[in-house]
Design a protein around this ligand. Structure first.
Ligand code: ADP
Length: 399
């Protein structure tokens, strides 16, 4: 009896074990079904690869991107779905992952879909391990085709823009070359017209009427020569060939020579010229170019100041700088235009400026010259009259 009782107990234990195993198995199947459901219906593509790089699993989103059926895809190698360049990168990445080496978190592959269309996917992968051994790769992907297409389009636009910019630079260079050539061609005959006219004038065999005509020719020749020289300066500035001859120069001399040069014009308009200039230290500079700046500022002041107005030229120095100003009692400059007047070809009022001559180059040239002397120039105006200020550094040098 004891023996029979013993066998009956063994069977009960076995049954219980079998029941438990069945329950575990069912739970496992349920969990597997849940995982499969999640895997298959995930919005982003997911897949696993074996150690040869062949698809072991792929979800519906993955199949939709590649365009193949499950049968066509499972077992196929990634080489079937990647461009040669992406395949090379993928193989390198797989190789590193199989050798437990670090890889970048994500990578973008160019895919060749079943219908031949190229798409781009951003992939992140991790190794599937059994113990220490890597037995496969699990990958998540994101279809980034639209983003990639936009990026490529942007790159194309950027290249086109770059090309247009280069064409523009070339056209600008040719324009500068043209302006420079034509200005040189114009300057030579203009200089000889002026020279011969002066000769005729100096011979003094003219009557008053003829003399007046020659004076008009001379005035207009001077205006034309000034314009041509401004154009040449602008072309030289653009070509960065604006050579300056630096030497010790006296700003006192430069100011008085400039005032002397424009004096006839001021007298013509009965303008009162005041000079309030302290003795100044010599600086390193280009005398001719600094005279050009000063005469330009004073000529402008005369041009834009009505008859019987006043122009005051002041200069003094501090330990660091020399400060020069040209103030007039003229028409003034609107506050919002104070910066623009230093731009090339900028004129406040075309008709007014045309009346006075000039093509809006003078101040831009002045600015370049002053900046080449490491100085700064600006204009101030409060309703009536304008003041142009220049600050030139003494550069800590006694010359
Ligand atoms: P432009 O040779 O035509 O006079 P500038 O570059 O010397 O050219 O001057 C640019 C513009 O700045 C002028 O056309 C004028 O409108 C304005 N401007 C310059 N100086 C004065 C001033 N002293 N008073 C009023 N406006 C001025």
């Amino acid at each position: 009896m004891r023996g029979v009782h013993g066998i009956a107990r063994d069977v009960t234990e076995k049954k219980r074990m079998e029941q438990k195993l069945k329950e575990y198995h069912e739970k496992l199947m349920e969990s597997e079904a849940r995982y499969r459901d999640l895997f298959n219906n995930a919005t982003d593509p997911m897949y696993t690869l074996d150690t040869e790089g062949c698809f072991r699993e792929i979800n519906n989103a993955g199949l939709r991107v590649l365009g193949g059926t499950l049968e066509e895809t499972i077992g196929s190698n990634i080489s079937k779905w990647l461009t040669p360049e992406s395949l090379r990168i993928a193989q390198e990445r797989l190789g590193r992952q199989f050798r437990h080496l670090p890889v970048p978190k994500t990578i973008v592959y160019e895919l060749i879909c079943k219908n031949g269309e190229h798409r781009w996917a951003e992939i992140s992968t991790r190794a599937i391990k059994s113990g220490d051994k890597v037995i496969g790769i699990q990958g998540n992907a994101r279809d980034v085709t639209e983003k990639r297409r936009l990026e490529l389009q942007l790159k194309e636009y950027h290249e086109k823009l770059q090309k247009s910019y280069e064409d523009l630079i070339e056209a600008d260079r040719m324009k500068t070359e043209f302006v420079s050539n034509i200005s040189h061609e114009l300057l030579t005959p203009m200089t000889s017209i002026k020279g011969f006219t002066e000769l005729l004038y100096d011979e003094g065999r003219m009557n008053d009427e003829q003399k007046k005509s020659l004076e008009i020719i001379l005035r207009n020749s001077d205006r034309l020569i000034k314009l041509i020289k401004d154009l040449l300066d602008v072309a030289a500035l653009e070509k960065k060939k604006f050579g300056l001859n630096f030497e010790p120069v006296s700003l006192n001399d430069i100011i008085s020579k400039s005032v002397q040069y424009v004096q006839p014009m001021a007298i013509g308009k009965q303008i009162n010229m005041i000079q309030n200039v302290a003795p100044l230290s010599k600086i390193w500079g280009d005398e001719e170019r600094l005279i050009q700046v000063m005469t330009n500022l004073i000529t402008n002041a005369i041009k834009f100041t009505p008859e019987k107005g006043t122009i005051t030229v002041c200069a003094d120095e501090t330990i660091e700088d020399i400060r020069i100003s040209v103030a007039d009692t003229g028409i003034g400059i609107p506050a919002d235009k104070l910066c623009c007047i230093f731009d090339r070809f900028y004129q406040l009022d075309g008709s007014n400026s045309r009346k006075h001559g000039g093509i809006g180059l003078g101040l831009s040239i002045c600015k370049s010259i002053v900046e080449s002397h490491y100085g700064s120039i600006w204009a101030e105006s409060e309703g009536k009259g304008s003041t142009f200020r220049i600050v030139l550094p003494r550069l800590g040098k006694e010359v």
